[in-house]
Design a protein around this ligand. Sequence first.
Ligand code: S3P
Length: 449
Amino acid sequence: MPLRGRAAPPGDKSISHRALLLGTLAVGETIIDGLLESDDVMGTAAALRALGAGISREETKSGGPQSPDIRYRVNGVGLGGLHEPSKVLHMGNSGTGARLLMGVLATHPVTSVLAGDSSLNERPMARVTEPLRRMGAEIQARDGERLPATVRGAAEPVPIAHTLAVASAQVKSALLLAGLNAPGQTSVTEPLPSRDHTERMLRHFGVTVDVKQEKSGVQTVTLNGYPEISAAQVSVPGDPSSAAFPAVAAVIVPGSEVVLEGVCVNPLRMGLYETLGEMGADIAIENQHDSCGEPVADIVVRAAEGGLRGVEVPPGRASYMIDEYPVLAVAAAFAKGTTVLRGLAELRVKESDRLSAMARGLAACSITVKEGKDMLTIEGQGGKTPPVGGATIDAGLDPRIAMAFLVFGMAAKNPVTIGEGDVIATSFPGFSGLMNGLGTAITETEETS
Ligand code: S3P
């Protein structure tokens, strides 16, 4: 059945974490409309409450298009004002929550313990712990620099200039947030620009952030410590990484046309939409406007006339498409010809090893794939008969793998089953309802054992 209609994807996850964090570091009341109420973001809110922030939720008539009835109010403690938490800060499945918060904690003189679920507790933290130690934090992590970890924030923080080997918004943001409560200049240099929501949100809260970009793409972001952080009003736009699932479903199910409303169209998040365009999909951006320093628009997606074609995706695209490779790989399976995805080493350390999860899952759905160290080659089966599908996928604790394979099932000959569908709520609560509202047929069954 074709997908048809309009839907507003939930609030952007990256922006939601940042709005709560900066609201906590500001003095006064920050109002957040459209906050993503996923397990990940709620984990960050709970941790910030334990650190002294007053965070409340209320029903309203004007919460904005992404969640019209809900408004959050954050009463900030002010920069330097965090309280020592009396309990472990549980960051659940969220690498963003854990790494950004670690940055904030590193330059506040309190001691805290951060822990995650079994997926987060296996993810590498050295990329943040090493530079944060140079800023004066004492961090004791589990073997291999993994969570749980104890962070004793520096009483006399030192600003640093740090160069990243791989572009990462989480690491860049952790260091910039740490730099807020250190004297002097903190700067982060990346080989290519990663998503810049922290920089935009800082400016929205009145903080000056300097960005210098070289022709090669190398970029340095600098801020001065101890700025005035002014409480703000934030309206969180829709998440382009969540919109990616109905978008790809619409592209691969013939006869579809959907409008995804109020989505953040920050250029550093648009890699998937650009790639789908190169594959022959019909995608238009309409009604673009600015909201709290972020570009927001409706994304109109129509099924590719004549079908999709395979493409070569260059490694540099990873910095602005990092979370969309699983669902892009699904689109590639439905294209005519071969798709080659390169530069994917970072996918091995996401919520799961996404490179091998995609290779295994696609093979189980009868697609020919080749997994390299940091690349994936997919033999698309676009044509008269759709790919077979029919597999049961173990998504582990990775919501994007679960959602990507449900999208596969929407256009395959046989439906796909996901073992642990609950994990989707860490990232995209209401996924099934939104998709089914557009015409798909996802069913949820309780396991009885
Ligand atoms: C995020 C940055 C990316 C992305 C993650 C969200 C952020 O991680 O994969 O889902 O909000 O800063 P990396 O910084 O590890 O690339």
